[in-house]
Design a protein around this ligand. Structure first.
Ligand SMILES: Nc1nc(=O)c2c([nH]1)NC[C@@H]1CN(c3ccc(C(=O)N[C@@H](CCC(=O)O)C(=O)O)cc3)C=[N+]21
Length: 286
C-alpha cells in the first residue's frame, strides 16, 4: 500500500509557493496578501485559522486575521468584507465556515469579490469550475486532485464514488472528476446499499463526518481511498471517515488522518492566494 502523505506533499507545495512569492515580490513589487475572517470562538475554527496564518507567514504571504464576536450582525460582516474588497493589498478573502446561525452564508459568500475568492465558494467560481473554465478551485478538492497528479493516479475512465454531497467538498470534487473524464457516482446519507456502489469503485473519496464508515469489506482489492473526514473522538483522538487499519491491507493507495487531505487544503489555499495576487493588476485596472 502506498501511503498518500499529505503532510510531505503539502511541505513541497509550500516550498513552491515560497518561490512563487519571491518571484512576485521581485517582478511585480507587491506582496501577496490574504485576509481571514473568523466569526465567533469555535475551537476547531480557531485552530484551522491559526494554521492558515502560520502557513502564510512561512511562505512570505502577508496575512491578516480579522476576529469578530458571534454577536455581530450580518450587515457588520458585509461591511467588513466590502472594506476588504476595496483594499488592493488584500488579494484573497476567506470567511471561515461555519458562520453563526443568524448570518446567511450565501449572502456573505456572494459579497466577496469573485477575483479575491480564494476559497472558490462564490457561485461565479463554482459555475466556472463546473464548466471547466479558469477559476478558483475550493482548496480541499483541489488538494485531492494534486495528490492524484503527484502519484500519477489516472482518472480518465475510472469508476469513482464520492461519498458526501456537500457544497464545500462532495459537489466540487465530483465536478473536477467529471471534467477529468471519470465515471462519477455521488452517494449521500439516503443512498440505499452504499456497499453496492463502493465495491465497484476504482477510487472512493469520502467526506461525511462519520468515523470509520468506510470499511475494508466495502471496497475492491487495490482500490484507492481518499479520506477527507476529520472527526475528533471523545478520547481526543483525530480519525477520518475510513477504517484505516482495515483498509490498509486492501488498498493500493490510502490517505491517513491526520496528515492526509487536511494539510493539502492549507497548501492549496496558499496556491490560490498566489493566483489572486497575480490578478491584482487586472482587478485594480477596473
Ligand atoms: N472558508 C473555509 N475554508 C476552509 O477551507 C475551511 C473552512 N472554511 N472551515 C473548516 C474547513 C476544515 N478545514 C481544514 C483545514 C486544514 C486541516 C488540517 O490541516 N488538518 C490536519 C490536522 C489538524 C488538527 O490536528 O486538528 C490534518 O488533517 O493532518 C483540517 C481542516 C478547512 N476548512
Amino acid at each position: 500500500m502506498v501511503l498518500l502523505d499529505g503532510k510531505a506533499l503539502s511541505a513541497k507545495i509550500k516550498e513552491e509557493v515560497k518561490f512563487e512569492v519571491e518571484q512576485i515580490v521581485k517582478d511585480k513589487k507587491i506582496t501577496p496578501g490574504l485576509a481571514v475572517i473568523l466569526v465567533g470562538d469555535d475551537a476547531a475554527s480557531a485552530t484551522y485559522v491559526a494554521s492558515k496564518e502560520k502557513a502564510c507567514k512561512d511562505a512570505g504571504i502577508y496575512s491578516v486575521v480579522h476576529k469578530m464576536p458571534s454577536s455581530i450582525t450580518e450587515q457588520e460582516l458585509l461591511e467588513t468584507i466590502n472594506m476588504m474588497n476595496n483594499n488592493p493589498k488584500l488579494d484573497g478573502i476567506l470567511v471561515q465556515l461555519p458562520l453563526p446561525k443568524h448570518i446567511d452564508t450565501t449572502t456573505v459568500l456572494e459579497s466577496i469579490n469573485p477575483l479575491k475568492d480564494v476559497d472558490g465558494f462564490h457561485p461565479y467560481n463554482v459555475g466556472r469550475m463546473v464548466s471547466n473554465l479558469d477559476s478558483f478551485l475550493s482548496a480541499t478538492p483541489f488538494g485531492v486532485m494534486r495528490m492524484f497528479e503527484e502519484h500519477k493516479i489516472d482518472l480518465s475512465g475510472k469508476n469513482i464514488v464520492v461519498i458526501g454531497s456537500s457544497d464545500i467538498v462532495g459537489k466540487p470534487m465530483a465536478s473536477l472528476l467529471i471534467n477529468a473524464k471519470a465515471t462519477v457516482t455521488v452517494c449521500n446519507s439516503r443512498t440505499k446499499d452504499l456497499k453496492s456502489h463502493t465495491k465497484n469503485a476504482d477510487i472512493v473519496i469520502i467526506a461525511v463526518g462519520v468515523p470509520y464508515l468506510l470499511k475494508a469489506d466495502m471496497v475492491k482489492d487495490g482500490a484507492v481511498v481518499i479520506d477527507v473526514g476529520i472527526n475528533r473522538l471523545e478520547n481526543g483522538k483525530l480519525v477520518g471517515d475510513a477504517d484505516f487499519e482495515g483498509l490498509k491491507e486492501k488498498c493500493s493507495h490510502l490517505t491517513p488522518v491526520p496528515g492526509g487531505v487536511g494539510p493539502m487544503t492549507i497548501a492549496m489555499l496558499l496556491k490560490n492566494t498566489i493566483k489572486a495576487a497575480n490578478l491584482r493588476e487586472k482587478r485594480e485596472a477596473k
